[in-house]
Write a protein that binds this ligand. Sequence first.
Ligand SMILES: NC(=O)c1ccc[n+]([C@@H]2O[C@H](COP(=O)([O-])OP(=O)(O)OC[C@H]3O[C@@H](n4cnc5c(N)ncnc54)[C@H](O)[C@@H]3O)[C@@H](O)[C@H]2O)c1
Length: 317
Amino acid sequence: MVKILSESEVEALVSVEELFDKVAEAFKTLSLGELLMPPRERIRVEGFGDILLMPCLAQSLGVFSLKVVSVYPRNIELGLPTTNAAVLVVNPENGVPELVAEAKALTGLRTAAATALSVRYLARRDASRLGIIGCGYQAGWQLKITSRVMKTEQILVHDLYRERAERLADEFRARTGIDVRVCLNAQELVEACDVIITATTSKTPVVWKDWVRPGTHISAIGAYTPEMAEIDPRVLASAKLVVDSLKAAREEAGDIIQAVNAGLIRWDNVYGEIGEIIAGRKPGRLREDEVTVFKTVGTAAQDAAVASILLSKTRSR
Ligand SMILES: NC(=O)c1ccc[n+]([C@@H]2O[C@H](COP(=O)([O-])OP(=O)(O)OC[C@H]3O[C@@H](n4cnc5c(N)ncnc54)[C@H](O)[C@@H]3O)[C@@H](O)[C@H]2O)c1
C-alpha cells in the first residue's frame, strides 16, 4: 500500500547530515550524467496559475520521484497558500509506487541544502555574517540549514515588508539564540555580509555590484523564470558563477538569461555546475577576494535526494 506522509512527518524524518549527503550525491550524479531528469514542465491553468511537473529517475539513490508544484497567486484571496506541492515516489526496480508525501517542507529542505553546499564549496572559510533578502516561506529553511555550515556570528535580514523581516528575525533569534537584525535597506545588508542569500519573487535586481565586497558569496534562489532576476548582471559578469544545472539555467535562470541577452556575459562564462565541484572535477573558491555566485533554479534531482531519505526511513518502520 502507498504510504502517505504529512509535512510534519517529512520534517521529522530528515536529518541535516543525511540531507547534505544525499543532495550532494544528487548534484554529483546530475553533473556526471547519471540521472534522468527531463526538463520541468510548466502547465499554465488560464486565469488561475501554474502547475509544474518535476520528474527524476535517480537509480543510484534508488528512486523515481515526481513532484507536482502549483503556484496560484490568487490563493491569497481564498486564504490558501500560493504554493502547494506533493511528491510521488516509485521504486525504479519494480515500478511500484511506495510513497506520497506533502512537499513544501521537502522543497524548503532541499533548496536550503543547495545553498548550504554552495557555502561549503564557494564561501570563504572565515565567513561569519549571513544575510538574507526576502523573508517569505523559504527564508526560514535557508537560515536554519545554512547557519549550520558557517561560523555564524550574526544574521541580517531584509524584506520589502518590514514586518516579514521582523517576524523572521524574532522567530530565528528565539529558536537559536543567534544575533539576528533587521536591515531597512538591502544595501546595508549586502555591504555587511560575507554570505548573502536572495529568496525573493523580484523581477529586478536586489543586489547591485557597487555594494558587493570582494570575497562575498551569493546564493540566488529566487528567480526561476526568464522574466525574473535578483542579481545585477554586472555582478554575474565579474563573479565565479556556478549553477545547479546548466541545462535548466539556460531555460529558467532569469538572472543569467537577461545578462546574456544584454551582452554582458556569454553562457561559457558560467564556471560550472555545483555537482562538478562536489565531484572534484573543478575547484571551488580559489582566492579570498573572489566574488562567487551560486544560481539555483531548483532541480528534481534534489527532490529525489529527499525522496530517497523518506523511502529508506519509511521502509524500515
Ligand atoms: N531555487 C529553488 O529551488 C527554489 C525553491 C523554492 C522556491 N523558490 C523561489 O524562491 C522565491 C521565494 O520563495 P518563497 O516561497 O519564500 O516566496 P514568498 O512569496 O513566501 O517570499 C518572497 C519574499 O520576498 C519578498 N520580496 C519580493 N521582492 C522583494 C524585493 N525586491 N526586495 C526585498 N524583498 C522582496 C516578499 O515581500 C516576500 O516576503 C520564489 O521566487 C520561489 O519561486 C526557488
